[in-house]
Design a protein around this ligand. Structure first.
Ligand code: PEP
Ligand code: MG
Length: 540
């Protein structure tokens, strides 16, 4: 039996087969010395890539639609691009291995496409890079995409947000990663999916674990490969006990979340995609308190169109059957990057070009985004909130922008709905300015993940700093108190959508501060409702 110790990012026990996900190997093998052999290797890998892409094309066409599938078709065409193939052949003749030649050609052609004036050609930069990476992966034994056939425990060095959005979610029983942190977006995704997750796990991916029976104990932060009988029995017992506890909470399903003093709290769910509506409903969410729009942009080759966004929002709104949906506008940047916006790499991305800062400067991104939200709002109760606000002028500019979008839709005769406009309070500046900001908006939602990061000057992604990343820090709690007071004074509602909102040791404290909405991972709702229903506290 092999044992790995990690940090629990979400509780629960999972038992299943291990699936080890490897990214592209970084060390590209050198040439064997025979150019002809290297060329043959390249040609064979190219054909395998073609077969894989064909399969992906058929699947995408069937599941997502023709338009998305065409992107894959472009990649298939690149496999026959004479300039590209000539470049590869020249490099191989010059002494490069098949993998080196594919990698270098990918980089060089992608840079050339990116430098072109034509927008369509610029977008091809990603395609040529992607197709080259696929060939390199085939040559080096790395993987492109998940090839999960049965429900499995996913074991990986780390997963980027882009990788996580492409996961076949119905086939994942648990996450075990060597890297990652409690506050990373991958851990957040595990919470939405309601499956155990370990980060910072000391486990050797080269040990023979792929396909072996594995147990993840998300309570203790331990995983076992090939567990002995005794461990397996103990873990099965723990799994049953957890199920029993969940059963006990079932009595709170369908009940309103009201304290004994009559204070109503809206208990909502955090989600990242239309698929997650199912989890939100299964968790008995009273609405969506945070729909992270950027997940609709990740793991793709091009930005979603207004139509695609509209469809995604409408699916969520209709799926929530009359419950309120709070859409957070695109918060790309920091750890959530997309290639197709062509943004420059930054020294300090968390303090850089992210969230509303990008939207306010890129009409071509913000306009279709807001149009899609307003159009979808015709189908239910929608609130929209903006991330990373620091100043009053930003809010005023956003309000003007929204008014213009409404006018534009009206002039075009396109139906749209009214939405409440709110902001995420997740920077110390917004917290300190909350009195003034509260006069400008309809609601606040506190992003405690970033509020903690920026208040304490601690990178939320850096697991080394987990000991110092203390969301209970008095400075954070004092700001939260200040934010709630400002909201109450201005007569607007105020919620919490960061991870701290699910911290049951603080639920009563939040009610006392005056928060009336908590948005949490769907699997936590009943547990928090129990606390609210049993509570005697009231806003002070
Ligand atoms: C937050 O910062 O608390 C938040 C909810 O937003 P995100 O985690 O997506 O940055
Ligand atoms: Mg945030």
């Amino acid at each position: 039996m092999l044992k790995g110790i990690g940090q629990p990012a979400y509780s629960g026990v999972a038992i299943g087969r291990a699936y080890v996900y490897r990214k592209q190997q970084c060390d590209l093998p050198a040439s064997c010395g025979d150019a002809e052999q290297e060329q043959q290797k390249f040609d064979a890998a190219k054909e395998t890539a073609r077969e894989q892409l064909q399969e992906l094309f058929d699947k995408t066409k069937e599941e997502i639609g023709e338009e998305q599938a065409m992107i894959i078709d472009v990649q298939v065409m690149m496999l026959d691009d004479l300039d590209y193939l000539e470049n590869v052949a020249d490099l191989i003749q010059g002494g490069a291995s098949a993998a080196q030649a594919a990698h270098e050609s990918g980089e060089c052609f992608s840079a050339a496409f990116a430098a072109m004036d034509d927008e369509y050609m610029q977008a091809r930069a990603v395609d040529v890079k992607d197709v080259s990476t696929r060939i390199v992966n085939i040559l080096c034994g790395g993987q492109t995409g998940m090839m999960l056939e049965q429900p499995s425990i996913l074991v990986a060095e780390d997963l980027t947000p882009s990788e996580t959005v492409q996961l076949p979610k119905d086939k994942i029983l648990a996450f075990v990663t060597q890297q990652g942190s409690f506050n990373s977006h991958t851990a957040i995704l595990a919470r939405i999916m309601n499956i155990p997750s370990l980060v910072q796990t000391k486990i050797d991916l080269d040990a023979d674990i792929d396909g072996k029976l594995m147990v993840v104990d998300g309570f203790e932060g331990i995983c076992y490969v090939d567990p002995d009988e005794e461990t397996l029995a103990a873990m099965r017992k723990k799994q049953d006990e957890a199920a029993e506890q969940r059963n006990q909470l079932e009595q709170y399903r369908g009940k309103p979340s009201i304290t004994k003093k009559g204070q109503k709290i809206d208990l909502c769910a955090n989600i990242g995609s239309p698929e997650d509506v199912e989890s939100a409903l299964a968790g008995d969410a009273e609405g969506i308190g945070l729909l992270r729009s950027e997940f609709l942009y990740l793991g793709r080759e091009t930005a979603p169109t207004e139509e695609e966004l509209f469809d995604a929002y409408r699916t969520v709104i209709e799926g929530m059957q009359g419950r309120r949906v709070v859409i957070r506008t695109l918060d790309i940047g920091a750890d959530k990057q997309v290639d197709y916006f062509g943004l420059e790499a930054e020294e300090n991305p968390a303090l850089g070009y992210r969230g509303i800062r990008i939207c306010l400067e890129h009409d071509e991104i913000f306009r279709p985004h807001m149009r899609a939200i307003y159009r979808a709002a015709a189908y239910g109760e929608v609130c929209v909130m903006f991330p990373m606000i620091t100043s009053l002028w930003e809010v005023r500019e956003i309000k003007k922008f929204c008014a213009a979008v409404r006018e534009e839709l009206a002039a075009e005769g396109i139906p749209y709905g009214e939405v409440e406009l709110g902001i995420m309070v997740e920077t110390p500046a917004a917290a300190v300015m909350s009195r003034e900001l509260a006069k400008e908006v309809d609601f606040f939602s506190v992003g405690t993940n970033d509020l903690t990061q920026y208040t304490l000057a601690i990178d939320r992604q850096n697991a080394k700093l987990d000991r110092f990343y203390d969301a209970h820090h008095p400075a954070v709690l004092a700001l939260m108190d200040m934010i709630a007071k400002s909201a109450r004074e201005a007569g607007i509602w105020c919620g919490i959508c960061g991870e701290l909102g699910a911290d049951t040791t603080l639920t009563e404290e939040f009610i006392k501060m005056g928060y009336t909405e908590l948005s949490v991972a769907p699997g936590r709702i009943l547990e928090i409702r129990k606390i609210i229903c049993e509570s005697e506290v009231e806003p002070q």
